[in-house]
Design a protein around this ligand. Structure first.
Ligand code: HEM
Length: 490
């Protein structure tokens, strides 16, 4: 069981960052007991007013920040969408947890459960996942969670033989495309190229299947996954433009799976025929049925891996490509110093690139790709923030908005600033408080917790991408969606 619920309190003027840190451990709190501030409002009126604030008038950041200021508390009651009028079965009531201490309770499987709360009380129809509840929706006490989590951990281990090679081979194709677009058009909008790179690299590394061999997905695979993700998640995704049309037409209904069933069937057939070895491994070694194995592989490939990297990598590339403070020269120097005259990059070589790794961590801190995490109280327990203790009742839903927890001034110095060296040297102690993977960056994903199975693969792969980039280029310019110039390595 995870054993983290509370961290040592500290005052905003003396961030933990400047003290000697110890990993957070469960400890009895002597902080004052406070009634949870905030309210869920009048029935129907409260949820709809909070929904409009969240999706339209304020957006998630101001929504949570303004309430935190109003209640002078990083723990408070509120509603989150989707809700009234068409989501009658969905309970919008949550307790927001917005500092590192209170947020960490979301990982403590002794006091919380994670059954069907991946995106809150709302759960997309299981039609999107072959009428089965895939790993991410299972609680740790459900025996199938251990089976599927171990399968996920195992395919990563098996895939690690080809992971680094596939990553670099497909990355080179990605950069070739960008170079040719820049020389033709003067810039390259790279998102669709990035998604093609991800689909090919991840299919080969995780499922052992080559999309190029299957005309059903070779060109359309990324689009099918985008639609599949979009349709199931639309009721929860903030879209501040085109209001009130978005509220009326996009946020008020669930969308039937039939709209994407053709594309999903092709993904299923792709994995069934081209990923046979991995599928048989799931059946023989993990006791899974063939269809359970394939539906879980589609979810891991499409939702967890492709979805996660599709959000994270543009932010990482944009952060680096738009820097005006000499960061690129420092990254390039570190990469070339550590690599020396060696020809290839491996995970072991990037482990020694302190600045590269720190930039990856800092990007994940300021822009956690999965912004909201939920967990339901398994029993009555006391939750602590930095300054108070709160009584939580069994069944209440905790909602962590990670962009605010990761800007906790009690933990991170100058929390709003991008500090490339934050996690270098002694700064590595702050990895106890980096939560993008639904757990500490110093933790380990296991069958007993709900931490991302690929916690280390994600950060090492991101570092490897940065390192690969500076072996190929002296510098790149652009933002999170476009590369406007590149200078080849001299
Ligand atoms: C940048 C990329 C990624 C991000 C941001 C990410 C993020 C996350 C997060 C936040 C969770 C926990 C969700 C929750 O319960 O609230 C999670 C779970 C999970 N992730 Fe990742 N992930 C990424 C890549 C991957 C990859 C490459 C794999 C491939 C195996 C993977 C496999 C999983 C699995 C299997 C779970 C469910 C864990 C469980 O149920 O115990 N993820 N991921």
């Amino acid at each position: 069981m995870a054993t983290m619920t509370s961290m040592p309190p500290s005052s905003p003027s003396s961030p933990l960052a400047s003290q000697s840190l110890s990993a957070p451990t469960r400890q009895a709190s002597n902080l004052p007991l406070r009634t949870i501030p905030g309210s869920h409002g009048w029935p129907l009126v409260g949820p709809i007013s909070d929904r409009l604030d969240y999706f339209w008038f304020q957006g998630p950041d101001t929504f949570f920040r303004s309430r935190m200021e109003k209640y002078k508390s990083s723990v408070f009651r509120t509603n989150v969408p989707p809700s009234f009028p068409f989501f009658l079965g969905v309970n919008p009531r949550v307790i927001a947890v917005l500092d590192c201490n209170s947020f960490a309770h979301l990982f403590d499987m002794e006091v919380v459960e994670k059954r069907d709360v991946l995106v809150g009380d709302f759960m997309p129809s299981t039609a999107y996942t072959g009428n089965t509840r895939v790993c991410a929706y299972l609680d740790t006490i459900e025996p199938k969670h251990a089976q599927l989590k171990n399968f996920a951990l195992d395919i990563l281990k098996r895939g690690s033989r080809v992971w680094v090679d596939e990553l670099q081979a497909n990355l080179d194709k990605f950069f070739d495309t960008i170079e040719s677009e820049i020389s033709k058009d003067g810039n390259s909008s790279f998102i669709s190229h990035l998604q093609t790179f991800l689909f090919y690299f991840l299919s080969k590394s995780l499922v052992g299947a080559d999309p190029a061999l299957d005309p059903g997905v070779a060109d359309s695979g990324p689009l099918s996954i985008n639609l599949w993700l979009g349709l199931q998640l639309l009721p929860t995704v903030p879209l501040l433009a085109f209001q009130p049309l978005v509220e009326i037409f996009l946020h008020s209904y669930t969308y039937p799976f039939v709209l994407i069933s053709g594309g999903y069937r092709k993904l299923y057939s792709f994995i069934e025929h081209h990923g046979k070895e991995v599928v048989q491994h799931g059946e023989k070694e993990f006791g899974l049925s063939k269809s359970d194995t394939i539906h879980n592989l589609i979810f891991i490939l499409g939702f967890n891996a492709y979805g996660g990297f599709s959000i994270f990598l543009p932010t990482l590339l944009g952060t680096i490509a738009s820097d005006k403070n000499g960061l690129q020269a420092r990254l390039r120097d570190e990469v070339r110093r550590v690599c020396g005259s060696s020809t290839g990059l491996r995970f072991d070589s990037v482990k020694d690139m302190e600045l590269v790794n720190s930039v990856v961590y800092e990007t994940l801190r300021l822009n956690p790709p999965v912004q909201l995490q939920y967990a339901r109280a398994r029993k009555d327990f006391q939750l602590t923030s930095h300054d108070s203790t709160f009584d939580i009742k069994k069944g209440e839903l905790l909602c962590g908005y990670q962009p605010l927890a990761m800007r906790d001034g009690n933990v991170f110095e100058e929390p709003e600033s991008f500090k490339p060296d934050r996690f270098v040297g002694k700064g590595k102690e702050l990895l106890d408080y980096l939560f993008w993977s639904n757990g500490q960056q110093t933790g380990s994903p296991t069958e007993s917790n709900k931490q991302c199975a690929a916690k280390d693969y994600v950060t090492l792969s991101a570092s490897l991408i940065v390192a690969h980039m500076y072996r190929r280029y002296d510098s790149i310019s652009g933002d999170a969606s476009r590369i406007t110039a590149i200078e080849k390595a001299k």
